[in-house]
Design a protein around this ligand. Structure first.
Ligand SMILES: NC(=O)c1ccc[n+]([C@@H]2O[C@H](COP(=O)([O-])OP(=O)(O)OC[C@H]3O[C@@H](n4cnc5c(N)ncnc54)[C@H](O)[C@@H]3O)[C@@H](O)[C@H]2O)c1
Ligand SMILES: CC(C)(CO)[C@@H](O)C(=O)[O-]
Length: 304
């Protein structure tokens, strides 16, 4: 299978590297990482160790492949979609966190857009070197839910490359459940500078639970059956299984990078507003993280 991985940073390089063991893979990313991969190959380390030689380019325009896997941060999705639009694909799969990525991709692309969640942990160590910090799984399926032979085909390609993958017919619920987890964990750990496991009780855990409950209520207003109990159970499970992790949003803040708050807490606020729902915890967390981003010059004043 010919696969383009658009967004060769941490997750994209890990999955693209694994896929390159079985398929023809082109990584789309930025220098110096892309130049190093093109010249010397890609090293995978830690929980998965290998050396592979995918193609790599900084120019994602006009590419033609069976599947394009999108692994840019959510705030880069629109630009990625406009670039992918110049190419030709049988399917596009988003493995990003946050809400709205699939809709943005579908607005520009004629091919089916599959939704996916990734619980692998990846960190780009150096140009040409990505480490797998946690072996998880990929769950993918049609964005709108239901069965899909296309999803089966893509999942088989991932599985053939040794990536734990399964197909699900309830991606809307799964995306909202993952959003509840991210809305509960990411901004709270980022602002409090604590590891995920610190949210397993006390007042700080109460903030995370409140954000997750608000997300579940918003999901139901959107017609997605996600109960408070299911959202809280998912939150507690991830807090426990990733207790030692620094969340991605905490890593972004501690390294002075823009965060994905708009696609997480901000998305809950926006969708809740569409239904006249108040989500004060998500609104507060979004305001605090955006205020930090603005203080760092990471977002325009014009942003909400
Ligand atoms: N890293 C993980 O362990 C992990 C796990 C699960 C989900 N995710 C999600 O996956 C997504 C990617 O996360 P990440 O940690 O890999 O981020 P990252 O910043 O490491 O990787 C994204 C890469 O895309 C590149 N990029 C963006 N726009 C581009 C363009 N137009 N052309 C070429 N390159 C472009 C960036 O330069 C960057 O290297 C996020 O939504 C994140 O929440 C990450
Ligand atoms: C599940 C998660 C919150 C674990 O840290 C991860 O999605 C992250 O860090 O964004």
């Amino acid at each position: 299978m010919e696969i383009v991985v658009f967004g060769a940073g941490s997750l994209g390089s890990l999955l693209g590297g694994l896929l390159a063991r079985e398929h023809e893979v082109t990584l789309v990313g930025r220098d110096p990482h892309v130049r190093t991969v093109a010249e010397s190959g890609l090293v995978l380390s830690n929980r998965v160790a290998d050396s592979v030689n995918p193609d790599a380019t900084t120019d994602g325009r006009g590419l033609d492949a069976d599947v394009a896997v999108v692994t840019v941060k959510s705030y880069d999705t629109e630009q990625a979609a406009r670039t992918l639009e110049t190419g030709s694909f049988d399917a596009v799969l988003s493995l990003q966190n946050g809400l709205g990525n699939e809709e943005r991709l579908a607005a520009h692309l004629d091919c089916p857009v599959l939704a996916g969640t990734a619980t692998y942990g990846a960190r780009l160590v150096d140009p040409g070197h990505v480490e797998c910090t946690g072996v998880g799984e990929i769950v993918l399926g049609p964005t709108e839910g239901g069965a899909s032979t296309l999803a089966d085909h893509v999942a088989e390609a991932f599985d053939d490359a040794g990536i734990r993958t399964r197909v699900a017919g309830d991606m809307p619920r799964r995306l909202w459940e993952k959003l509840a987890v991210n809305a509960g964990i990411n901004p709270v750990t980022a602002l409090a500078r604590v590891r995920n496991g610190a949210l397993d009780g006390g007042p700080i855990g109460g903030v995370a639970r409140s954000a997750a409950r608000e997300t579940a209520r918003t999901a139901r207003a959107e017609g997605v059956e996600l109960s408070d109990d299911a959202a809280l159970e998912a939150l507690e499970t991830v807090i426990e299984t990733t207790a030692e992790n620094r969340s991605s949003m905490r890593q972004d803040i501690e390294t002075g990078r823009r965060t994905e708050v708009d696609a997480v807490s901000g998305a809950v606020v926006d969708r809740a507003a569409d239904h006249g729902l108040d989500v004060p915890t998500n609104e507060t967390l979004a305001g605090l993280v955006r205020g930090w981003e603005r203080s760092q010059g990471l977002r325009e004043e014009s942003y909400q």
